[in-house]
Unconditional design. Structure first.
Length: 181
């Protein structure tokens, strides 16, 4: 009986170990495929609401999060029809921080854990985005890429917005910015 239990335990452990190796190989192949897709063209953070090429979703709010309202399906005067993202920031400092931010993530489990390791962006040269203000004259003091506490954070600003869409770029080339999560 002990031999039987030992053999079954060994087989179960072997199967688990094989599954772990297979899962790691699948993740590595998926990351390679994603990198290949990225190096062939654009890497979309957001194209349109529900687009299959979107790689991220707004997932976490920071700072004065109560001052932020976001609509990821805004249709009025969208740059890339049919939708764009509208962010309203009231600057009321509801949490007392005098700043607010939105972190975009790939996949988050219902338990709040990241379930995808991120994308390999080491070949990225720049991040391009279009932005406008509702009235014109709005100021964004800092627009960044990366985590606020990380040394590899990249940002531009201040930006003075107009009522018309403006193209902005954040240079990534030569940075130690390898992944986005």
């Amino acid at each position: 009986m002990k031999k039987f239990i030992l053999i079954i335990t060994f087989l179960l452990l072997s199967i688990c170990f094989i599954n772990i190796i297979q899962a790691e190989e699948k993740i590595e192949k998926k990351i390679e495929a994603i990198t290949a897709k990225f190096t062939e063209g654009k890497f979309w953070v957001y194209e349109n609401r529900g687009s299959r090429v979107n790689h991220y979703v707004p997932a976490e709010w920071a700072g004065d999060y109560g001052d932020i309202q976001i609509d990821t399906a805004w249709k009025e005067n969208a740059y890339s029809t049919p939708t764009c993202i509208k962010i309203d920031y009231s600057a009321e400092s509801k949490q007392g921080n005098e700043w607010a931010g939105i972190f975009w993530n790939r996949n988050i489990s219902s338990a709040g854990m990241i379930i995808f390791p991120g994308f390999n962006l080491k070949e990225a040269q720049k991040m391009v985005f279009y932005i406008r203000g509702e009235q014109g004259g709005e100021i964004i003091s800092d627009l960044g890429l990366g985590h606020t506490s990380k040394s590899n954070r990249i940002s531009i600003g201040p930006l003075s917005l107009s009522k018309e869409w403006q193209k902005h770029e954040i240079a990534l080339e030569g940075k130690k910015f390898l992944t986005l999560i």
